[in-house]
Design a binder for this molecule. Structure first.
Ligand SMILES: *[C@@H]1O[C@H](CO)[C@@H](O)[C@H](O)[C@H]1NC(C)=O
Ligand SMILES: *[C@@H]1O[C@H](CO)[C@@H](O)[C@H](O)[C@H]1NC(C)=O
Ligand SMILES: *[C@@H]1O[C@H](CO)[C@@H](O)[C@H](O)[C@H]1NC(C)=O
Ligand SMILES: *[C@@H]1O[C@H](CO)[C@@H](O)[C@H](O)[C@H]1NC(C)=O
Ligand SMILES: *[C@@H]1O[C@H](CO)[C@@H](O)[C@H](O)[C@H]1NC(C)=O
Length: 948
């Protein structure tokens, strides 16, 4: 069946507008809840409200708080420095002004400073005068402050200490209204409760994470989110910590990071954001740019560009928890190879371990793991193992289950003093999969050597030649303080029982499902560094792999991440459910993590918890074929019942074929995807983008979060709910689109209805772009040896001129830092039209060639969409006449095949109109040729069956 386009009468356009009209009034009037400890819509009543010296409004229908904090009590008392680029002042608390929680001491004097850190960024800090309060250590995150190129070069300006704000920040392009204000009203700075309201003159907020956001653009009806690492199936707050948001509105593009690793709560209100922070200092970084993409690149440069993933890691990957023995794993590997699935990597979850202990192998159920990994390698496939941070400390158990009766990694760690300690310097214990455990302190440099020793032992002495690490449970998770174990409790102190616990947290106890908050790490008290645990483990695991195979790119997946972890680790989107809404939510989180600096991310395909249905798993595999990180992963059991297998080969033949088609399409365009990663790694570009990100001036695109783009050029419109044979999609009219499978030009843009039979995921190519591709195979090792091609999606300009551009980054796909070592090829492609002759010219330029591919790769086929096929074209390739042309007049498609243009060299192809005499005959000839070829190509969808 072929996709068909229909225009749809969009009743829901009105809905969209209505949703968008939750309007910002003006910066300066954020309604700040005086009783944040109560749940939303819980009314403290007038009396309690007035006791707290707040204003009682009564219950409101718009979700706004019934009792408002309307006072301000910190005064800018003396200004030490005040220039265009630097401001510094002391802020003093008035005698009668106290925070809402008496258990938390209010600070009397604060240092308030503002600094221009670059043309696009400023830093605002509010801290204690003495500077002794906890701050995120520089080793964890060091944001450069080069300063502006000159004092007037900043795209922003500020005004400090106005009547209502500590600071107003303006984007210079919009001089009339501050885009952001640090409000005096509601400001509280006490030991364990800091509150600040940020007024925003800016509507569309995207970001904060990781949470399960049901829409990309935030609901601002007093919605609260907590930001504190937590072992939880995707919900209110999970492992990664990104106190960062982007706000865009009518040409304004701003983003704000709060650099703070304490527990944070944000409340999104129609007028701005209320921050409630449980420790540390306020350390804001504000960035502004002229477009969402340049803003993303500005932020990426500040926190550090993400890693370049190895080429093979863009291939499809398989994982499940609950492979009961190695035979099961081998069967899964064998059956997925047998169906010819594109499949690059296999994972081992905790099943392979002896009693789930790191660096051990279950001798009974996993004999021969080493040979299994070697077998994967000999098939061009890779292997990841999971490692958890917690180390078993149960010596009785060690005696029973380990051949040596001693768990050396544990004893070695004790000897080196690497574990997190209690206040009395004893080692802190908790409980994870192997029972009683201790927790390595990855913020301590000695831990690096210890961790590396045991990873290396596993690799060399136990001969498991892993290609990457998967670090899990690093929130850190501990089962000692689970909700159903109220008999276990951490000491009664102010760290475990802080005066305020955000109501948006999961659970009642602050330390629920983790370790006690007073415990000691090198970087500080657990209370302060809790959310840095996964980050520090990621840093040390990255360094471990750097040392283990220095020539290769390290790849580490971490469940818990912090701002800047993308320099060390990758992230999968945590534990999800095999439920339809999770398909939609995965797109939202994938887009957010591109903004957080993790372009290589993706959700568990077909869902983690519960059984996926056939239809869901098909639709999810089609969607997951476009996750930058494409992995099918499944839980062992749910509600006590073993979950069904969900790897592609476990389904029927028709399902397998549909899944393979989607993945072959992915593999075909991996050169394009890989090139996007090159720009992410070197410029901080996003790989996956929302429509609003790519088309910021298209107001209809603002709230679309069911579709996404690969780079600027490829639009993916998946089916996200059951029993759908068509979907409503939005195709921005700005440039126009082609169907990626048929090459057909899309006739209607805007909101359209797209056919979406079960075997089809809609993909469109934007006019004006050139995408490199390669004939796919079942692994990237073999696809990298195949011929290359170009898909040229021409944009037709007035006067029949054509235009399209693109690029290709190519290297060996796995060496460390080929870019800085200059061991790569960069091609730029351009289609243009010579004004005088009317000839079209396609050039392949080579701005850089520092790599020789061993496979003598060539561009073999070039397809141009949007070509005027009514004329008879003579084609010359590098000045020689070329005869292998086919055209499809109906689809305005021209194909050059049997080309042989070596990669790494520059080429030029000219298309000139032949004199009228020969035209007719040759068009007829190629049309016949086209018909013949249809029969041959059949319905191989990934082969770009342009001539079907
Ligand atoms: C800051 O502004 C307040 C209110 O407008 C004013 O009372 C105070 O003197 C100002 N502080 C300084 C140092 O100018
Ligand atoms: C592996 O596990 C499966 C399922 O429990 C079982 O049927 C099979 O006998 C096991 N094979 C080996 C070699 O232990
Ligand atoms: C902790 O100690 C304080 C002061 O003694 C007491 O008021 C509070 O109820 C205790 N909390 C818990 C959870 O035991
Ligand atoms: C959006 O509009 C602004 C102002 O009109 C313009 O400067 C900018 O280039 C446009 N952006 C895009 C991506 O078209
Ligand atoms: C190019 O097209 C020819 C003829 O259609 C085909 O045989 C060949 O496999 C194609 N090459 C690539 C790299 O796809």
């Amino acid at each position: 069946m072929k996709p068909r386009l229909n225009v749809v009468l969009v009743a829901s356009a009105g809905l969209l507008l209505a949703a968008a009209s939750i309007c910002v009034q003006r910066a300066g009037a954020v309604k700040t809840n005086c009783f944040p400890e109560l749940k939303q819509n819980e009314d403290p009543g007038r009396e309690r409200c007035e006791q707290r010296k707040c204003e009682y409004e009564g219950q409101q229908s718009d979700n706004s708080p019934s009792c408002l904090w309307t006072r301000s009590g910190y005064i800018v008392s003396s200004v030490a420095e005040n220039t265009n680029t630097q401001y510094s002042a002391v802020v003093t608390r008035q005698q009668d002004y106290n925070g809402p929680f008496p258990g938390s001491r209010d600070l009397d004097e604060l240092r308030f400073s503002v600094k221009a850190i670059s043309d696009n960024g400023l830093r605002i800090t509010i801290s204690d005068l003495g500077g002794v309060r906890y701050q995120v250590p520089k080793e964890a995150l060091n944001i450069p402050e080069p300063g502006p190129t000159n004092p007037d070069a900043t795209v922003y300006r500020w005004e400090a200490n106005t009547s209502s704000s500590l600071l107003d920040v303006y984007q210079k392009t919009h001089p009339d209204q501050a885009i952001m204000s640090l409000l005096k009203t509601g400001f509280v700075f006490s030991d364990q409760f800091i509150q600040l309201s940020l007024g925003l003159d800016c509507q569309n907020i995207v970001g904060f994470g990781e949470h399960n956001h049901e829409r990309l653009v935030h609901d601002r009806r007093y919605k609260r989110w907590s930001i504190f690492t937590r072992d939880a199936v995707r919900g209110i707050s999970t492992a990664p910590i990104h106190p960062y948001f982007v706000c865009t509105d009518a040409g304004k593009h701003m983003s704000v990071l709060l650099k703070n690793s304490n527990a944070i709560e944000v409340e999104l209100t129609p007028d701005g954001i209320v921050y409630r922070v449980l420790g540390g200092i306020l350390d804001f970084y504000v960035f502004m740019a002229s477009s969402p993409e340049s803003l993303a690149q500005t932020y990426s440069a500040a926190i550090g560009h993400p890693l370049m993933p190895p080429y093979w890691s863009l291939g499809f990957q398989l994982c499940r928890w609950g492979y009961r023995n190695i035979t099961e794993v081998q069967n899964v590997i064998a059956r997925n190879r047998a169906i010819g699935l594109p499949y690059d990597a296999q994972y081992g979850d905790i099943d392979y371990m002896q009693n789930t202990m790191d660096f051990t192998i279950d001798a009974t159920n996993y004999p021969g793991l080493s040979s299994m990994v070697d077998d994967l390698h000999s098939h061009g496939q890779k292997y990841f193992v999971i490692l958890d941070p917690a180390i078993s400390s149960d010596e009785e158990m060690h005696k029973q289950v380990l051949p040596s009766q001693r768990y050396e990694p544990y004893h070695d760690g004790l000897a080196r003093g690497v574990y997190v300690k209690n206040l009395d310097d004893t080692v802190h214990e908790g409980e994870v999969w192997p029972g009683r455990t201790v927790f390595p302190d990855y913020t301590l440099s000695a831990t690096q050597a210890w961790w590396e020793r045991w990873v290396s032992d596993f690799y060399y002495n136990q001969s498991i030649r892993v290609d990457g690490l998967w670090i899990d449970m690093n929130e850190p998770a501990s089962f000692t303080y689970e909700p159903h174990k109220p008999q276990n409790f951490c000491p009664n102190n102010t760290w475990n029982y802080p005066p305020y616990i955000p109501t948006s947290f999961i659970g009642d106890r602050f330390y629920e499902k983790t370790i006690c908050m007073e415990t000691k790490h090198n970087w500080g008290r657990h209370y302060d560094v809790h959310s840095l645990y996964g980050h520090s483990m990621g840093m040390q695991s990255y360094q471990t792999l750097r040392n283990l195979f220095p020539e290769k790119r390290p790849i580490v997946f971490s469940r818990s991440t912090f701002v800047g972890s993308g320099r060390y680790a990758q992230h999968w989107l945590g534990d999800n459910h095999s439920r339809w809404p999770d398909l939609h939510w995965s797109i939202i989180t994938m887009l957010e993590f591109n903004l957080f600096g993790f372009p290589y991310n993706g959700a568990d395909i077909c869902g983690f918890v519960y059984d996926a249905t056939r239809e869901m798993c098909i639709r999810w595999t089609q969607l997951g074929a476009f996750y930058p990180f494409s992995r099918n992963h499944n839980i062992k059991e749910a509600d006590g019942v073993r979950t069904r297998d969900q790897d592609p080969a476990s389904w029927d033949a028709e399902a397998q074929k549909i899944m393979k088609d989607a993945l072959f399409f992915r593999y075909k365009y991996l050169p394009y995807l890989y090139t996007l990663f090159h720009y992410a790694h070197t410029n901080g570009a996003t790989v996956v983008r929302s429509l609003a990100h790519e088309f910021p001036n298209d107001t209809a695109a603002v709230r679309i979060d069911e579709q996404f783009l690969w780079g600027s050029a490829m639009l993916i419109s998946p089916v996200l709910s059951p029993a759908k044979l068509s979907i409503q999609a939005y195709l921005p009219p700005e440039d126009g689109w082609y169907d990626a499978y048929t090459g057909e030009e899309v006739q209607e843009t805007g909101f359209v209805m797209l056919d979406a039979p079960l075997e089809h995921i809609n993909v469109h190519i934007r006019k004006g772009f050139i995408l490199p591709w390669q004939t796919p195979s079942t692994t990237t090792v073999s696809s990298r040896q195949n011929g290359l091609g170009l898909l040229v999606a021409a944009k037709q300009l007035p006067s029949s001129n054509l235009k399209a551009t693109g690029s290709l980054f190519w290297d060996d796909g796995e060496s460390f830092e080929t870019y800085t070592a200059k061991k790569f090829i960069l091609h730029e492609f351009e289609l243009s039209t010579d004004e005088t002759s009317g000839n079209h010219v396609l050039v392949i330029r080579t701005p850089f060639n520092g790599y020789k591919d061993p496979n003598s790769l060539k561009f073999e086929n070039i397809t141009i969409l949007g070509f005027d096929t009514s004329k008879d074209w003579s084609v010359s390739v590098n000045s020689e006449q070329h005869s292998g042309i086919r055209v499809n007049p109906n689809r305005k498609t021209l194909i050059l095949d049997s080309l042989s243009l070596p990669l790494g060299q520059s080429h030029s192809i000219t298309f000139a109109v032949r004199s009228a005499g020969t035209a007719v005959a040759s068009v007829i000839a190629v049309a016949i040729c086209a018909l013949l070829s249809t029969a041959v190509t059949g319905n191989n969808r990934w082969s770009l069956a342009i001539l079907n």
